[in-house]
Design a binder for this molecule. Structure first.
Ligand code: GRG
Length: 262
């Protein structure tokens, strides 16, 4: 399936699984909605298909990754973090619901997301061992050796290069998403290649994101970021070698993200 097709399938699944019931669930659903690009869940599904698996079976895992990503955005936007008033084209979660509810909504998204890797439907189509391995992969990517650690370093709690921070904060989750697709497809032999692909895709994505944020007159930084984006895009494509012709959509994704304008 194409990227657009997978995004539509994911979006439909998300809409019928949005949390509801109380204030915190309302804030969780609010944060999950809006104009998210859904890159990470689409990557789970695309990697699964490229590895010969069934994307529909992997939907709970794709939602797990999107829920965890959304938690990071909700917490990142809080006044004591990046203090952003806007997210996904509308007021950030704490602006809409207040900081206390936003903190709980982030906690709720993280907890729910991890629990989705033990979803009964997922366990019916994939082995318990595969689900457990996905949990290990995802928690490693988002913990202190990954996203949380990268955020801490970015906030100045420790010293690291921009490369290390981008690797931990952004690339680790992209890598986990692609690796989870391979694991759920039952292709452990492709897991490391797809993880490496996801990490390089994430690094290229971050460099393009930074480039889009730059003032167009800052030619030196623009050139540097273009170089980083091109390097990681090339590396991402090289990791697809073991997939041969099955890597077509993943190749197209690298090309689309390297050229994106928003
Ligand atoms: C609070 C533990 C914790 C971590 C926060 C992900 C993150 C770490 C902060 C978000 C700010 C940021 C610029 C992170 C770099 C990764 C990134 C570009 C995230 C935004 O991803 P998109 O553009 O978002 O894919 P959408 O909304 O499209 O899903």
């Amino acid at each position: 399936m194409t990227e657009e097709g997978l995004r539509a399938v994911f979006e439909a699944y998300l809409q019928i699984h949005l949390p509801g019931g109380g204030k915190v669930e309302e804030a969780m659903a609010y944060a999950l909605g809006g104009g998210g690009k859904r890159l990470r869940p689409v990557l789970v599904l695309m990697a699964a298909e490229a590895a010969g698996g069934d994307a529909e079976c992997c939907l709970p895992a794709a939602l797990a990754v999107e829920a965890v990503h959304t938690y990071s955005l909700v917490h990142d936007d809080l006044p004591d973090m990046d203090n952003d008033d806007w997210r996904r084209g509308r007021p950030s979660c704490h602006r809409a619901f207040g900081p206390a509810v936003a903190i709980l909504a982030g906690d709720g998204l993280l907890t729910w997301g991890l629990g989705l890797l033990a979803d009964p439907n997922l366990r019916q189509s994939c082995s318990d061992a595969a689900c457990l391995e996905c949990l290990t992969v995802l928690t490693a990517a988002i913990g202190t050796a990954g996203m949380v650690g990268g955020q801490a370093l970015d906030l100045g709690f420790g010293q690291a290069s921009r490369d290390q921070i981008d690797q931990m904060k952004t690339a680790a989750l992209f890598g986990a998403a692609a690796q989870i697709g391979a694991i759920l497809a039952g292709r452990g032999d492709l897991a490391m290649a797809l993880r490496a692909y996801g990490e390089d895709l994430g690094r290229a994505f971050q460099a393009v994101d930074d480039r889009l944020d730059l003032d167009r007159s800052d030619q030196v930084h623009l050139a540097e970021l273009t170089k980083v984006a091109d390097l990681h895009s090339q590396r991402a494509l090289q990791h697809l070698f073991p997939l041969a012709e099955r890597g077509g959509e993943l190749t197209a994704l690298v090309e689309r993200l390297s050229q994106r304008q928003a």
